[in-house]
Design a protein around this ligand. Structure first.
Ligand SMILES: [Zn+2]
Length: 315
């Protein structure tokens, strides 16, 4: 049985796992992410790989990192939240561990895991995944393979422009999908609603100690499940934007299935019902052919690790 290691480099944790060919994680190692020191971060990755490969016979390493990865899957060109610029990560980790290494964008790795083992495992050709976290990440599979683009920056789906001259985005543009369909957007909608109509946000405000500015994403989820009107509307607004974004993606790519991942998916139909409605309405004008279903991701946080490990196996 071929085992590989997947390493997921998050903003706060480096999570590594030994993954078998069925996608099961059979051992794990974790460290805090030293995000401001590229040299220490490199060595942290080497350390977790050595720890796992000492106990298990592994044949390769896949690393998922938030950032732009070059076409040869070896260099992190730019990482927004980590101090990496043109980082030759593959060469460094391969030399230090003696194992073959592939580097992949983290959202691509998570999408690949859902395609192979998760919500899209019944699809054999194509899927698009949107991951709703603090921002919005994306991954595209076409013809049974990940779409990386000519310059390694494909599938930055969170930065599709939804509204000209809309909300300012961290990428420097305005009106990106990320500003309307992310966890940050959910909090913004909920805070605005609680400010405008505090009497309809009593449950949410109670959780936040009465402070609109103290409202967090998890509070919106809890309050929405408990029936708070403003919290439910925040999810409905997020869902509508998500649905419009999904419809646009279908116009371009027509995949077999659309997967929605990230923490907010725990809200279930509070998010997915308005998303599906907006998606179907946007596509209703385009004829009656069957369209891709919108399904929640199944693998959760380990998806990045599992996908990176599988890509290393298939390298
Ligand atoms: Zn943007």
């Amino acid at each position: 049985m071929t085992l590989t290691i997947g390493v997921d480099i998050g903003g706060t944790k480096v999570a590594a796992g030994v993954v078998d060919p069925s996608g099961a994680v059979i051992a794990q190692a974790r460290r805090d992410t030293p995000a401001d020191d590229p040299a220490v971060l490199r060595d942290t990755i080497v350390e977790v790989v050595r720890e796992l490969s000492a106990a298990h016979e592994v044949e390769a390493v896949g690393i998922g990192a938030a950032g732009w990865i070059d076409q040869t899957r070896s260099v992190v060109l730019f990482a927004p939240n980590i101090a990496w610029r043109d980082e030759p990560l593959r060469e460094y980790v391969a030399a230090a561990t003696g194992l073959p290494v592939v580097v992949e964008n983290d959202a691509n790795a998570a999408a690949w895991a859902e395609f192979r083992y998760g919500a899209a495992r019944d699809a054999d050709d194509s899927m698009v995944m949107l991951t709703i976290g603090t921002g919005v990440g994306g991954g595209i599979v076409l013809g049974g393979g990940l779409v990386r683009g000519a310059h390694g920056i494909a599938a930055e789906l969170g930065h599709m422009s939804m509204i000209p001259a809309g909300q300012l985005c961290g990428c420097g543009r305005q009106g990106c999908l990320e500003q309307y369909a992310s966890g940050n957007a959910l909090v913004r909608f909920a805070q605005q609603g609680a400010k405008d109509e505090p009497q309809r946000a009593s449950g949410l405000l109670e959780l936040a100690g009465g402070e609109v500015s103290a409202i967090t994403g998890p509070m919106v989820t809890v309050a929405a499940h408990a029936g708070d009107e403003v919290a439910r509307e925040a999810f409905a607004t997020l869902g509508r934007w998500l649905g419009v974004g999904l419809a646009d993606l279908v116009q371009v790519l027509d995949p077999q299935v659309l997967v929605v991942g990230g923490g907010v998916v725990d809200a279930g139909d509070l998010l997915l019902a308005p998303a599906r409605a907006a998606y179907q309405e946007a596509l209703a004008q385009r004829g009656r052919s069957p369209i891709a279903p919108v399904v929640p991701a199944e693998l959760g946080n380990p998806a990045g690790m599992i996908g990176a490990a599988d890509l290393a196996r298939l390298r």
